[in-house]
Design a protein around this ligand. Structure first.
Ligand SMILES: *Cc1c(COP(=O)(O)O)cnc(C)c1O
Length: 397
């Protein structure tokens, strides 16, 4: 980066709290799966704003829906209802195919706060006092969601927390069985751990969690904030497991870049909140709802679930076929993958990819996340695969 980008980075550093550090690239615009920085360098976007920009950048359906809605009615608060939120809730319920009720929020962590409050209320009525979550799991940064987050480096300094959470090793059904008793209010679980490095559990783990929760009466909360809305080639990852959770949380890819989150309660879990129990001024904002409807319509109309499976396989098999001493393999499914390294060089890979014109994410010291827009083309995937050996070589060299 040079010129304008460097100047902006310096101004960013003096104006902002240092919690994000100073990001390496200042982006100016995007089109499809390409983005440009403020100095005019073009990149192919293989991270999509952290699995958010499902339709890529500037998608006509998203632009049209958002422009029209912001010009018609941008905000109502929850004192009034509006048609886009009703359409969106109905649409989600149709895709879920089970009796359920929806609450709309603005982000992932807020969707989980809603799930948590609902589970606290459920637990209080039944003398169930603690929660179970997975080590290294990620559920958000606000105090409730953070309490459920199993990564000590981002959690520990902010305790004590308002809820008692017991952590179990992810993927170990026996450990979960031991941890979940009749006193447990809810289990919060990702279908595959996103922030921990796109780590899928052993086959059958999610179904085992469902059985354990059903047997004890604890609520199973599926955190699908990263995994849903086509990311794995299915609308929802839990559907691929043949499991229905009690509560489901959504955000990231749902709005295609507009902020929105959702908390869905299935069956009785949809009736726990009563009038006045929860709320949000911006939650279910008309513009974000219009964006989400455009995302869902486009995924359906353009057959993107099938497309994600096809190009996801191409990307995953293509990475797996590369032989390089720095590359150990690839994990994940659909367009939700991590290239796993043989040593802690992910920051170097991210920098070398950036130099070569690709945005990827150094997710863990040894894992590079690839979560491009769902609309990425086979030839765009091919161009990353062609460049990848050289990118790895540039790190080694
Ligand atoms: C990103 C993420 C969250 C938090 O979402 P925010 O919108 O950043 O608050 C929670 N859970 C999972 C699984 C996530 O990937």
């Amino acid at each position: 980066m040079s010129g304008h980008g460097d100047a902006l980075r310096a101004r960013f550093e003096s104006a902002f709290m240092p919690n994000y550090g100073v990001p390496p690239v200042a982006l100016a615009k995007g089109e499809g799966c390409a983005v440009w920085d403020v100095d005019g360098k073009r990149y192919l976007d293989f991270i999509g704003g952290i699995a958010v920009s499902s339709l890529g950048h500037g998608h006509p359906a998203l632009v049209e829906a958002v422009s029209r809605q912001v010009a018609t009615l941008a905000h109502t608060s929850n004192l009034f209802l509006h048609e886009p939120e009703v359409l969106l809730a109905e649409r989600l319920l149709g895709l879920l195919g089970e009796p359920a009720k929806v609450f709309l929020a603005n982000s992932g962590t807020e969707a989980n706060e809603a799930a948590l409050k609902l589970a606290v209320k459920y637990g209080k009525a039944r003398g169930r006092s603690y929660f179970v979550a997975a080590e290294m799991g990620f559920h958000g940064r606000t105090m409730g969601a953070l309490a459920l987050t199993g990564k000590p480096s981002i959690r520990d300094q902010f305790g004590p927390f308002p809820i008692d959470v017991r952590f179990v090793p992810y993927g170990d059904a026996d450990a979960m069985k031991n941890a979940v008793t009749d006193d447990c209010a809810a289990v919060f679980l990702e279908p595959a751990q996103g922030e921990a490095g796109v780590v899928p559990p052993p086959e059958g783990y999610f179904r085992a969690a469902r059985e354990i929760c059903s047997a004890t009466g604890a609520l199973l909360v599926a955190d699908e904030i990263q995994s849903a809305i086509g990311r794995t080639g299915h609308w929802f990852a839990h559907q691929a497991e043949g499991v229905v959770p009690d509560v489901l949380t959504l955000a990231k890819g749902l709005g295609g870049g507009m902020p929105i989150g959702a908390c869905v309660g299935f069956g009785e879990a949809g009736t726990i909140f009563e009038k006045g129990d929860h709320g949000s001024t911006f939650g279910g904002n008309p513009v974000s709802c219009a964006a989400a409807l455009a995302v869902l319509d486009t995924i359906e109309r353009d057959g993107l679930l099938e497309h994600v499976r096809t190009v996801g396989r191409q990307l995953s098999e293509g990475i797996a076929a590369i032989e390089h001493p720095l590359l150990k393999g690839v994990r994940g499914r659909g367009l939700w993958l991590a290239a796993v390294l043989t040593s802690d060089r992910s920051a170097g890979v991210q920098a070398a990819a950036q130099e070569a014109g690709f945005l990827v994410n150094a997710l863990q010291p040894d894992a590079v996340r690839l979560a491009p827009p769902l609309v990425i083309s086979s030839s765009e995937v091919r161009s990353l695969l062609d460049a990848f050996p050289g990118i790895l070589e540039a790190v080694n060299g």
